[in-house]
Design a protein around this ligand. Structure first.
Ligand SMILES: Cc1cc2nc3c(=O)[nH]c(=O)nc-3n(C[C@H](O)[C@H](O)[C@H](O)COP(=O)(O)O)c2cc1C
Length: 199
């Protein structure tokens, strides 16, 4: 299963880009699950260290539903709107809250495939830094990151929305970066699956 995590509080441009990615993956035969922060109760990590006892997070909010999905997924697609040149606060909160999952099992995310999508209102609004933050999170936790490669998707999928749904839908370069990244992501998940099957 591929887990798509949407970090926007709105059902707009980031959700559109992520759903496009999941649709492309479904076309390739993958099962996908969408989990978005919109309307969810998501507390900040308070560094209470309860999770270090290995009993999960003490906060009984909507992030509890995400933990099993993260564990089950073969691949992660994290999509964020660009806020102040970075990931949204919601994405950051979710990343921080996965400390509870990783405290229980440091290998919980290890070896999964990861890709990132960033949607900014401006052409150079910080998409690359937002993607880089997601890549850093992946690196920290043993997720193997793929991009779409040179000539259009160097570190992942980046969109210029002009703050509108039409903007993101008409962003041909953004869609190209998404297609390229999804292709490599799909190939990587399949390669990893084959390696597991071959023992
Ligand atoms: C608090 C806030 C900060 C933002 N900061 C940036 C920014 O630094 N760079 C940028 O390109 N767009 C910025 N935007 C615009 C959004 O990234 C853009 O409208 C995006 O398409 C919104 O995604 P959504 O439609 O999924 O909510 C910001 C929007 C908000 C609400």
């Amino acid at each position: 299963m591929i887990l798509g995590l949407c970090g926007s509080p709105r059902a707009k441009t980031t959700e559109y880009a992520l759903r496009e990615a999941l649709r492309m993956l479904e076309e390739r035969g993958f099962e996908t699950v969408y989990w978005g922060v919109r309307g969810k109760r998501i507390g900040f990590c308070t560094h209470c260290d309860h999770c270090l006892k290995g009993e999960g997070c003490i906060q009984r909010d909507d992030v509890q539903d995400l933990y099993p999905l993260l564990e089950e997924a073969e691949g992660l697609v994290i999509a964020t709107p660009v806020y102040n040149g970075a990931v949204s606060a919601q994405v950051k909160a979710v990343m921080d809250r996965t400390r509870a999952l990783l405290a229980k099992d440091p290998a919980a995310l290890r070896g999964k495939t990861g890709m990132a999508i960033a949607v900014g209102g401006d052409r150079s609004g910080g998409q690359e830094l937002a993607i880089q933050q997601i890549i850093t999170y992946y690196t920290l936790n043993g997720v193997l990151t793929v991009s779409g490669g040179a000539f259009g998707a160097n570190i992942g999928a980046a969109f210029w929305s002009k703050d509108t749904l039409e903007g993101v839908m008409e962003d041909d370069e953004g869609l190209r970066s998404l297609r390229k990244t999804v292709r490599r992501f799909a190939e990587h998940v399949e390669e990893r699956r084959k390696l597991r099957e071959d023992g």
